[in-house]
Design a protein around this ligand. Structure first.
Ligand code: UDP
Ligand code: MG
Length: 310
């Protein structure tokens, strides 16, 4: 059986389209399907749509959160609930083409790979600034983190049960799936496809959310920023030490009646800036530790399809 995990946030229009498309693809695969839709605190009729779908099809399950916990939490809930020998994760907006699934299933069954990932061949149809930042992010994270992250890789992937179990072993609160899937290792191969437009609704990510998400990725998978902070701190100490010596010696030899103000202000500003920067970086990590020590659940379930039957 294949478990299909689908996070949904305000997707009332997209769900029926997605389901119809998937049922077509299902005929090309000899496996049974189990759908697990996660309603991530949608404000529209997503839950009603899912209830109906689950009522009419006993292979459709859903998990409804008590509020919006984010796509990462939805993925986690789906992975925990999945029972299939193979597990796939897909967006409901058809930006992850279901047509690729038969090929992915074949790849995973005929070779010894544990995971088939997908990546977009291009970023067509996306804002230029977003592309630039995405490029910069992947370039940076692959330099400073030991966990490799593939540029353009989507969350859409097909995994073996063994790999899913490994991902579930990682119980951290701050979840950055792209990193987690890569961190557990196993053999992953990627197939590329053309970027697809969203079928209905609109994206729920703003530029700032994506920006913060990428900072999360960096802080969760690298301690290089901390090292940079220490290095910059040490460097500025030495530099200002030399400058200080120079200024003192100069004043002793030539005297310094009124000048000196520019050098003073420059040094104060420089050191102040460096300190703030370093404190900021350290603060980011402490914030993560703080959230992690609370051991709060990643999500809270309000309703599942089982409650309907009772
Ligand atoms: N999603 C979610 N919770 C959120 C935001 C998004 O479950 O808080 C789901 C959404 O319904 C969709 C998938 O995550 O199935 C990808 O979201 P979206 O298409 O908005 O992102 P984009 O494709 O623009 O990166
Ligand atoms: Mg999308």
């Amino acid at each position: 059986m294949i478990s299909v995990i689908v996070p949904c946030f305000n997707e009332e229009e997209a769900i029926p389209l997605f389901f119809a498309e998937m049922e077509k693809v299902k005929r090309k695969v000899s496996h049974g399907f189990e759908y697990i839709f996660i309603n991530d605190g949608s404000k529209d009729r997503t839950l009603e749509v899912l209830r109906e779908l689950a009522r009419d099809n006993d292979f459709v399950r859903y998990i409804s959160f008590s509020r919006n916990f984010g796509k990462e939490a939805a993925l986690y809930a789906g992975l925990q609930a999945a029972k299939g020998e193979l597990v796939t994760v897909m967006d409901v907006d058809l930006q992850d083409p279901p047509e690729l699934l038969p090929q992915m299933v074949e790849m995973i069954e005929t070779t010894d790979i544990d995971c088939v990932g997908t990546r977009r061949a291009d970023r067509k149809g996306e804002p230029l600034i977003r592309n630039l930042f995405a490029k910069a992010f992947y370039h940076l994270i692959n330099r400073i983190s030991e966990t490799e992250m593939v540029d353009g890789a989507r969350d859409y992937r097909l995994m073996t049960r063994q790999m899913v179990d490994a991902v579930l072993e990682l119980t951290e609160h701050n979840r950055f799936s792209k990193g987690l899937f890569s961190w557990v290792g196993f053999k992953t191969e990627y197939i590329s496809f053309e970027n697809q437009e969203r079928i209905a609704g609109k994206t729920s990510w703003s530029f700032w959310e994506l920006f913060n998400y990428s900072i999360d990725g960096i802080v969760n998978f690298s301690d290089v920023p901390l090292n940079i902070a220490s290095f910059v701190g040490a460097f500025s100490c030495i530099a200002s030490g030399i400058a200080m010596l120079f200024i003192i010696v100069r004043a002793l030899i030539f005297g310094d009646p009124t000048s000196g103000w520019p050098s003073l202000v420059t040094i104060i500003l420089f050191i102040g800036g460096v300190q703030l920067l370093c404190i900021g970086i350290i603060g980011k990590y402490i914030g993560k530790i703080f959230m992690e020590t609370k051991k709060r659940p990643v999500y809270i379930v309000k309703e599942t399809e089982k409650k309907l039957e009772q």
